[in-house]
Design a binder for this molecule. Structure first.
Ligand code: HEM
Length: 68
């Protein structure tokens, strides 16, 4: 199975510029609280620790994309 590219489908390409912010805190907020145009809040479902783990995964794919 190919690795997940996180390039969207329903949501936006998460390996590209993030309009709601690219700092750890902003990315955490996008996942925890959701965003105005369709990103659902995940804080109830996942809780703090799992949101950080999901974020670490997203960031690992973002970093992988930068490598030559
Ligand atoms: C837990 C898995 C998910 C993660 C880690 C995630 C992450 C994100 C992040 C970081 C953003 C902000 C992008 C930016 O700043 O440009 C975003 C936006 C978005 N996500 Fe998700 N997402 C997840 C699941 C979902 C699901 C299940 C849906 C659909 C039901 C969804 C739909 C969207 C949409 C439509 C946006 C754009 C919203 C806007 O522009 O306000 N996401 N997502």
């Amino acid at each position: 199975m190919p690795r997940d590219t996180l390039k969207g489908g329903v949501g936006p390409d998460l390996t590209d510029h993030l309009k709601y912010g690219e700092t750890d805190d902003k990315k955490y907020q996008s996942i925890a609280k959701g965003t105005p145009n369709g990103m659902p809040a995940f804080e109830q479902q996942l809780g703090r620790d799992r949101i950080w783990r999901v974020l670490a995964y997203v960031d690992s794919v973002r970093e992988y994309g930068k490598k030559p």
